[in-house]
Design a binder for this molecule. Sequence first.
Ligand SMILES: *[C@@H]1O[C@H](CO)[C@@H](O)[C@H](O)[C@H]1NC(C)=O
Ligand SMILES: *[C@@H]1O[C@H](CO)[C@@H](O)[C@H](O)[C@H]1NC(C)=O
Ligand SMILES: *[C@@H]1O[C@H](CO)[C@@H](O)[C@H](O)[C@H]1NC(C)=O
Ligand SMILES: *[C@@H]1O[C@H](CO)[C@@H](O)[C@H](O)[C@H]1NC(C)=O
Ligand SMILES: *[C@@H]1O[C@H](CO)[C@@H](O)[C@H](O)[C@H]1NC(C)=O
Length: 404
Amino acid sequence: MYFPAMTLLSSLLLSLGFVHASPLSRDTGKASLTISTKINTVGASQLVEKERARIQSLKYASHDDSSGSGSFNVSNRVIFYTAEVGVGTPSTSRTLLVDTGSSNTWVGASQPYVATNSSVNTGNSVSVTYGSGAFYGEEWLDTVTLTSDLVIDKQSIGVASGVFGVNGFDGILGLGPVDLTQNSVNNTFEVPTVTDNLYAQRKISQQVIGIFFSPASESDNSGELVFGGYDKSVMTSPVRYVPLTTMTPAAHYWGINQSISYGETTVLSSTAGIVDTGTTLIYIASDAFQRYQSLTGATLDPMTRLLTITSAQYAKLQTLTFNIGGISYGLTPNAQIWPRSLNDVMGLNTSAIYLVINDIGYPSGSGFDFANGYSFLQRFYSVFDTTNQRVGFAETVHTKSSSN
Ligand SMILES: *[C@@H]1O[C@H](CO)[C@@H](O)[C@H](O)[C@H]1NC(C)=O
Ligand SMILES: *[C@@H]1O[C@H](CO)[C@@H](O)[C@H](O)[C@H]1NC(C)=O
Ligand SMILES: *[C@@H]1O[C@H](CO)[C@@H](O)[C@H](O)[C@H]1NC(C)=O
Ligand SMILES: *[C@@H]1O[C@H](CO)[C@@H](O)[C@H](O)[C@H]1NC(C)=O
Ligand SMILES: *[C@@H]1O[C@H](CO)[C@@H](O)[C@H](O)[C@H]1NC(C)=O
């Protein structure tokens, strides 16, 4: 393996991930940006705890201030994605966290912001909390350069003067729905997102983002973020869409309805939850999780809180099917296990088999009963369509591949 020895509290760049030479930039109205996949080697012992805290913070965030929000730092993610984004004229390059679960774009956590001739201070203050992580500062308008084809004029960005719980990146590229920006900037109802402005400035022809990840254990660990469409060249099926859910609190995010079956048995009846690039595993309501555990015969490892199975149980593992908008998306046995090649770097037992399905920590019926994280998104291309208020998925070469 090419993984260096584990270093605590640092992130390991798995790949610089130069995108294969697909001619996207020549298509009109869309362009792609490389996403780097990083593994935060704080290790698996805290993975589940931290992810549950993030899900709690999303579930309660902004919509009910009296509810306790989870203690989640923005940089606590075990797997996270960053993109290099230019800010200002001339631009300085900044490493931003790619986040579909928040919508303000901001900079300045690790690299001072220097006003250039395209920078305009709005005079408004900005503050956003992410569970226990947060930033505050001033809101500026500036030129944001995503690629040579995607240059946004007068993008509203936060310039941090104080940050908490941020480590390993300079700020966030907020790809969530614009509603999540409400109450973040003084004298401002909503802050147009980068996707909103790309569309308003006719840089993209539809307000659509396409996200493609390679499974983290394969030699190509890159991801690709497309603005204005999606990349057909990596798909092996058409994109099928489902409307965004109307059930709250999932409806505040990229929320959908889905049901889940293991083999022929329903483990989760149709309910609402979210699709989230900021979650590593797949979390389902506690009652559904218990059904899955009993059907697979898996054991809960008390150290990591991950389910483990024996080789004999793996041999009998059945497909876990996500029914979304009448379409079945099957996770093969291979797709249900944590890549064995990553056990070492995560501090897991290298001879054990861990499952990627985990317990969200509360029963179904909450309006936020699942989070389809990276373990799902590395198997299905995802399309986030603001224009038509829907999410789409397509199969890729990774859907049924053996990645470990
Ligand atoms: C801003 O600065 C850049 C590079 O220094 C220059 O090319 C550009 O013309 C300037 N723009 C304005 C409006 O002054
Ligand atoms: C969040 O980060 C801050 C430092 O930025 C740290 O003091 C705190 O313990 C962290 N909280 C969690 C839950 O990791
Ligand atoms: C912005 O709003 C916050 C919260 O109401 C307030 O504390 C702060 O003083 C305001 N800042 C400005 C510049 O108005
Ligand atoms: C999602 O599920 C809820 C609850 O069953 C239902 O009210 C709603 O119509 C469904 N569809 C959408 C698009 O929200
Ligand atoms: C690691 O997993 C193997 C296979 O399940 C098991 O036999 C062994 O006892 C485990 N080692 C530790 C240290 O838990």
